[in-house]
Structure formats: structure tokens, C-alpha cells
Design a protein around this ligand. Sequence first.
Ligand SMILES: [Zn+2]
Length: 406
Amino acid sequence: MKTKILVLLSLFSFSALAIDHEMEALVRSDLANMPVTEKVTLTNLVSEDSFDGEFFKIVKGKSQDAVKFSEEKHLTFRAATAYYHLMKARSFFVDVVKSEYVKNIPKMTIRIEHSNQFSELGHFAHDNLEPQFNNALTIPAGKGLESRGVQPWGMEIWFRPSKKINIKDLRVNNLQQQEFQVLLSQFRDQIRMQSLQRFLSNIAVAYTNNDYQGPSPFSQESLIRTVGSTLIIEAGYLLMDPLTKMLSRKWYWLDTAMIPEIIYHEYSHAALSDALVLSHSTAVIEGMADFFAGQIADSPKLATRIKKYNTYNGKNAKRKQDYMIQFEMQDYANTDFVFGMLWEMKKVVGDKQGLDFMYSLRKNITTNSGIRNELIEGILNTCDEMCEMPFNDKIRILKALNLKGL
Ligand SMILES: [Zn+2]
């Protein structure tokens, strides 16, 4: 009886807190999966007039105050889109995956239009230190630095401002004067393992500095994960309207707070962070985040693309790839090989239990896991725990991996 009253009470206080608000956001259309502007309901808000919710608070840049509904459209449209898709990603992990960890993640601060680099000690690096554009990242919680007045912070997701860069303005060695299509196909064919997003943000850095000297002008931040491996971003990207415009006008940019797949990818990093710590980018941590981003997106069109174009086993992939030792290394860490591999593994263990399997897998690997050793071992250990017939299923898994040179 006592519990009943408590439950009723807590339900009451919950509903008294949760405010809904209707607003325009960018979503994917059901069939074609194209971006469309739609009126959506933002749920679980705790404020009548700002993007302050029970689970997420959307702020601009370094601010601690939630973006107000009354602010300029450029800001509110991005805030609404990020909030809406973050809520979708969270309920995927809480309601579908049934993750206790995600259910208990404290309210997260989400920064949009935020260009400061991340500093482990200071939270934000100095404003003058190489501002960041066209990417997104999830940062781990920090203790702060009392002597410098830096408050402790929780896990946060940062979306960078987009920055349009015309190909003509690039001062990039051998890339100079090249058409976007050539660049993109060069990226696809030769830099396959790097993320498109990283590629684009490097170009932005190059543009800012005007003294680009090589393929990786990586700031300290790039040691932390920036968003995504090739495929999920590319698949999402190719389904965006702006791409067509971009191709014809030779402009580059990535408005990360507006791309659902990127929002899901970043939130997946947060959701998996009980096992996969947010320290740096590796093939395994990016592949896992992409896998869940693809599951949250739950679009047949996207799934078809992933199936067709993934380099692990896609029919239409320009360059299908067997395992190479380079995939384990830092510069190649964003390979979509792991993503394709996990996507395939879900089918091998059975679509029905595949999702639980992949979520449990995180416990049997770490951010530093290599593909050939720890990831495979993790998959086999997870199968011991979860497969209906571990002996037979492990043989099937090993057979599938073997075909890819693993
Ligand atoms: Zn990532």
C-alpha cells in the first residue's frame, strides 16, 4: 500500500514537472528519409520558455542558460532539432534496449554553436585556440579546477557551428582548385578509413590557418572522438538536401546539430560510456556508436544504404575491404569496417536478439580494444553469455569473420 502511494505521488510530481512544447524541427520523412521541417512535440521540458528539460538542457556556446524559445530562429531551430532527436535516442536506449545506465544518466548539457576546443582541466580551451567548426563531440565529465574558478561538469555533447567553405578559397596543397566531386571521390576511394566529418573539419582548419601541410592538422581535440565513421555520416549526408546544393555550388559544410544520424551517434557514445570510456577515438568505439546510431535511425532506406555500401560486405561498395592491420591504428581509427562488421554480426546472431547482444558486447570490450584480438574475443564471450547454442553460434560467427580475413 505504502509503495502504491509513493508510486502515485512520484507519478504526480513527474507529470507536474514535464511540460510539452510544439516547435519546428528537422526530421526525416518516413519513406524517402529526406530531411523535412515538421512541427514536433518536445517532451519532458521543465521550463515554459526555454530548452531546459528533465534530461537535456540546450545552451549556446559556453553559456549555462538554456536557449529561450523566443531567440532567433537560427538558434531555436537547431536547439529544437537536437532536443527532439536526443529524446528519441534516449528513449531508444531506455525503452527498447532497457538500459539502466542510460535511465540514470544525469541531465546532460548540450552545447550548440560552440566552437571552443575541449580542455580536460579547464572544460573549455581559450577562445583564441583554433576554433572548431563542422563537427560534433561528446566530452566526459570533469572535476573542474577550483583554483581557476572552473566548475565541475557532467558528460556533455557539443555541436560546432557550421562553416561554409568554398573550394576556390581553399589553400590546400594538392587539393587546391579541385572540384568537390573529385575531392569527395578521392575521399571515398583513398581516404576511405577516415571519417568524412573529420575530413571536412580538417579542411575547415586548413582554411582557417591557410598553411595546411598534410593530411592531419589535428588539434588536441581530435584525440577525443569527433563524430562518426564514414558510412553512417555519408549515408546520412547523401540523404540530405543540402548535399545537392553543396555539390553544385562547391561549398563544404556540416551542420551537425541538424543531422539526426550525427545526433544519434554522439548520444550513443554517452549511452555506451559506462563501458566505453570517452577518452579517444578508436575503430571499436566509433563502430559501436555508428551501429547504435543506425539502429536508432531505424530507417529501411538507411539500412539498405548501409547494406549496399559498407566496406565490410556491401554489394555496391566501391572498395570492399578485408581486415587490414592498419584499421587498428590511430589515423585509420574511424574505419567503417567495424561498423559493417557489427551490422553483419547482428544478423549472424539473429536479428531478434541481435540488439541485446550488441549492447551486452560493450561490457566485454573497452575503448582500447583492437579489432583482431579483443573485439573478436568480446563477441565470442558475449555469445557464451547470450547465444542459444553458443558452440554452434560461435562457429558461425568465426566462419563469417574468417571470410573477411579475420
Ligand atoms: Zn564518434
